[in-house]
Design a protein around this ligand. Structure first.
Ligand code: ZN
Length: 62
């Protein structure tokens, strides 16, 4: 519950990746995670409301 795993699609290769989120880290969190498959850096933005994930967006870094 504190650190839910979330799935998202890599914006480069389309493979499914997992990200571990810290709901106590703030209402808006942005970070970069390398794709586990193609190793490209993915910009991830997570938005929380009352410690629940309401939006997860991923973007290419270019
Ligand atoms: Zn990828």
């Amino acid at each position: 519950m504190i650190e839910p795993d979330c799935e998202f699609e890599c914006p480069y290769c389309g493979e499914i990746n997992n990200v571990r989120l810290d709901v106590t880290g703030g209402s808006r969190q942005a970070f970069i995670q390398d794709c586990a498959v193609c190793c490209q850096p993915i910009n991830i933005t997570a938005q929380f409301e009352n410690e629940e994930l309401i939006e997860l967006s991923v973007e290419r870094q270019d």
